[in-house]
Design a protein around this ligand. Structure first.
Ligand code: ATP
Ligand code: MG
Length: 206
């Protein structure tokens, strides 16, 4: 009789513990969800996707956050942002795809190799656990050209450190990326000076 009561007490105890454990796990999941860095996408045909990315870089730096930038664009072009971070090299870790190469050749194989190198760099930074914010500027563009495999990019973003928020920019964000992102902003073009024959302006467009 005493044994049976003992068994019942044990079973009740075990069940209570299981319930407690399940509650604890759910809480941890919730916590992890809310404390995890965000995946954000700036897409659409309007101007301001990269600009918003660099605005967020400044905001993060203001709080002393550790910031990384990878630009999936041809590195031979001079841009204000590259000039700025070259002048202040300690502010961020910046990597420009194909920097140091000549981009006059229309070499697809070379473009793919450069995109892969830039992506490998992005993955290393995302997994390192040292960055609070990483801007992957124009990643959508190389995905659009099929220079990188979307599934591989999704896996890399998913494998990022919990502390790291990532912002991906570029037109035509692939649907597979859009569905998993925490934030998706689509910038709509209402008017662009280019339509009126106004050329790209230094300090505004590049
Ligand atoms: P920005 O870098 O100025 O924030 P963006 O990242 O939104 O622009 P991209 O698609 O990366 O836009 O294009 C970069 C360049 O193309 C910039 O010089 C930008 O002014 C220009 N551009 C952006 N939208 C348009 C448009 N709708 N028509 C013509 N040119 C555009
Ligand atoms: Mg851009």
């Amino acid at each position: 009789m005493a044994d049976r009561r003992q068994d019942e007490t044990n079973t009740a105890h075990n069940e209570a513990m299981k319930r407690q454990q399940a509650e604890h796990r759910a809480k941890m999941r919730e916590k992890k969800q809310t404390e995890r860095g965000l995946l954000m996408i700036n897409t659409g045909d309007g101007k301001g996707k990269s600009t918003a990315g660099f605005g967020t870089v400044i905001r993060a730096l203001g709080w002393g956050h550790k910031v990384g930038i990878v630009q999936f664009v041809k590195g031979a072009w001079k841009t204000g942002e590259k000039e700025f971070f070259t002048r202040y090299p300690n502010l961020v870790d910046m990597y420009v795809m194909g920097d140091g190469f000549t981009w006059d050749t229309q070499d697809r194989a070379q473009d793919i190799a450069s995109a892969e190198k830039a992506w490998a760099q992005s993955r290393t930074m995302m997994e390192s656990g040292v960055y609070d914010f990483i801007l992957l500027d124009e990643l959508n563009i190389v995905l659009r050209y099929d220079y990188l495999d979307v599934a591989e990019v999704l896996a890399g973003l998913e494998a990022r450190s919990d502390r790291t928020s990532v912002m991906v920019t570029g037109r035509n964000a692939p649907e597979a990326l859009v569905v998993v992102a925490d934030m998706v902003s689509e910038i709509k073009a209402v008017r662009h000076p280019f339509e009126n024959g106004i050329k790209a302006k230094q300090g505004i467009d590049y």
